[in-house]
Design a protein around this ligand. Structure first.
Ligand SMILES: C[S@@+](CC[C@H](N)C(=O)[O-])C[C@H]1O[C@@H](n2cnc3c(N)ncnc32)[C@H](O)[C@@H]1O
Length: 261
């Protein structure tokens, strides 16, 4: 299974974060590469990327960036810098594409009487969010999964700033989340509520917030249930395609197989 991570910031906690997410998606975990194993093999091949170049990252976060990247590479992770999630860079195709907490870096300022920075933030992040979805066309498998997690403003309209008339992107509303996916050829599968998490700002500061996952899948036609049944029978659980649990008939197909044993 191939997994792509966008916008990894200072590359802290990448594997722990990925494995928590893979567990929620009912997918196999990333296991570090072990050249001494009898049969060296990585069931999850991970490419972890970030927009900024190493010099910018070191200036922002200090030495920990290089230490984090070195540790990831030693574990068999492919790390790529200067990767813009909104354009080009097709390393694909990937079974799962994840961007945790994308942010264009524009923050609102409560001292701003015109609130223009809030609006700017909402517009920039609208462009980022829709640009990332569109660009996954270059990188995703048919029926592949795209997960973007968001925290608060401007993605979630229930944020207190909504009370002063700023709606943000309102991605917590299923119709709005679905409408963002459609032009990119993505079907909205559903929200995933990760609960309260420590999350990072672009600056590297961390804070606690409710993390909301917006899960899409490439809208290529579903495979016929008979083919899905065959895949389920013929494939070990760790090798199943990432999309399989989002197939609309999956529970029926599993129940059918269970009655035959
Ligand atoms: C709020 S930080 C989150 C960092 C990390 N994902 C995390 O959750 O710890 C947002 C990240 O998105 C990156 N970013 C912003 N625009 C991007 C783009 N167009 N392509 C890729 N990454 C981008 C920033 O450089 C930053 O690292």
């Amino acid at each position: 299974m191939r997994v792509l991570l966008y916008g990894c910031g200072d590359f802290s906690h990448v594997i722990d974060y990925l494995n928590d997410t893979m567990q929620v998606l009912k997918l196999p975990p990333f296991v570090p590469f072990d050249p001494n194993a009898d049969n060296p093999h990585m069931p999850v091949d991970l490419v972890a990327t970030e927009l900024r170049a190493l010099t910018d990252l070191k200036q922002q976060y200090g030495d920990r960036v290089e230490q984090n990247i070195t540790a990831l590479r030693a574990n068999g992770v492919n790390v790529a810098l200067g990767v813009d999630a909104t354009q080009g860079n097709s390393f694909g195709p990937f079974d799962v594409i994840i961007f945790r907490n994308p942010h264009a870096g524009t923050y609102g300022n409560s001292q701003d009487p015109g609130m223009s920075s809030y609006l700017e933030s909402s517009t920039d992040n609208h462009t980022l969010f829709s640009g990332v979805l569109e660009n996954t066309r270059l990188n995703r498998e048919p029926r592949g999964l795209v997960l973007i997690t968001v925290v608060g403003w401007p993605y979630v309209g229930t944020h207190p700033k909504g009370k002063i008339g700023l709606t943000g992107l309102q991605l917590e509303v299923p119709d709005y989340a679905a409408a963002y996916g459609e032009p990119a050829g993505l079907e909205f599968v559903g929200h995933i509520r990760f609960g309260t998490k420590w999350v990072a700002r672009n600056t590297g500061d961390t804070f606690q917030a409710e993390e909301l996952g917006i899960l899409y899948r490439d809208n290529s036609n579903w495979l016929d249930p008979n083919i899905v049944e065959h895949i389920l029978r013929a494939t070990s659980p760790a090798e199943l395609p990432a999309w399989i649990n989002t197939h609309p008939d999956i529970e029926k197909i599993k129940a059918k197989i269970a009655t035959q044993h």
